[in-house]
Write a protein that binds this ligand. Structure first.
Ligand code: AMP
Length: 282
């Protein structure tokens, strides 16, 4: 297993791989890996000759310095987990200076309607930060395939738009959300919950499923209100948003009246730990 810290070294290895016509798969992560990340890495490992995992906590996608500072870090364990899949996988661990050629700087994109609602609304410039770093990684690794999780559904649409804007030739592979037994979506942030918060947080997935059963109701808004109320009955649980949106445009729907595809999106803050999830409704 190669652990690489410098872009120059990556470029050399990527050029060799391209010369020998090896397919390249890239899995971008912020580390503190769990089975959700590993499902992406396993898929990349099955379908590519060369696999790279990047581990970089990208400062420009955090709008809250507190959130950035407390983001979990677990490098040694991450490397062991990656190695347990295959010791042929390469890992790129740049520091900020290396990744950004100096001070981290945000590039501003026009994502049309895609970053106005949901995460885009509550985390200003989050998706400009994500796109800035993914664009840098795509240009560095020139992958044939890049892997993302459906858990960050809005992010997957942003990446598709980024690739269109920048005319980058890459297959974007979206992998299903991996969940705990009780339905909670795996997230590096789950480690920051207390045992009791962790146990109660299964209500997030329960709520999405309840919405899936009832989203056709004429009383959608009052159903949403009652879900929010029951989540917030738990101490320190605060719902930032619970919305139904068009799966393609991400426009928020107050009423369901067509045969389009819809998704429910939720964000719950538990004692300042921000958890998001989403579910296809129809
Ligand atoms: P992160 O390290 O949070 O930036 O996540 C890296 C990648 O893993 C992103 O494409 C995420 O969508 C994906 N991911 C995170 N959690 C899960 C999960 N529970 N299931 C599937 N993919 C996930």
């Amino acid at each position: 297993m190669l652990i690489v810290y410098r872009k120059e070294k990556v470029t050399g290895l990527i050029n060799q791989a391209i010369l020998s016509k090896k397919s390249i798969g890239l899995v971008p992560t912020m580390g503190s890996l769990h089975k959700g990340h590993l499902s992406l890495i396993e898929k990349a490992n099955k379908n590519n000759d060369t696999v790279w995992v990047s581990i970089f906590i990208n400062p420009t996608q955090f709008n809250s310095p507190k959130d950035f500072k407390k983001y979990p870090k677990n490098l040694e364990k991450d490397i062991d987990l990656i190695e347990s899949i295959s010791d042929k996988i390469n890992v790129f661990i740049p520091n900020e200076k290396e990744m950004y050629d100096g001070m981290p700087k945000l590039k501003i994109y026009d994502f049309k309607s895609l970053d106005i609602e949901l995460e885009g609304k509550y985390r200003k410039n989050h998706f400009n930060g994500v796109a800035t770093i993914v664009s840098k990684l795509l240009n560095l690794f020139k992958p044939n395939n890049i892997y993302f999780g459906e858990k960050d559904y809005q992010q997957t649409l942003i990446i598709r738009e980024l690739v269109r804007i920048e005319k980058i030739n890459v297959n974007i592979i979206i992998c299903p959300t991996v969940r705990e037994k009780d339905g909670l979506a795996l997230s590096s942030r789950n480690n920051l919950l207390s045992d009791s918060e962790r146990e109660k947080s299964s209500i997030i997935f329960v709520s999405l499923n309840y919405l899936k059963k009832n989203f056709n109701s004429l009383k959608l808004e009052s159903i949403k209100k009652s879900i929010i109320k029951s989540i917030q009955k738990n101490k320190n649980f605060k719902v930032e948003y619970l919305e139904i949106a068009d799966s393609t445009t991400l426009q928020i729907q107050k009423k369901i009246n067509s045969k389009k595809s819809y998704r429910a999106f939720i964000c719950v803050n538990i004692n300042d730990v921000r958890l998001i999830d989403n579910l296809l409704l129809n």
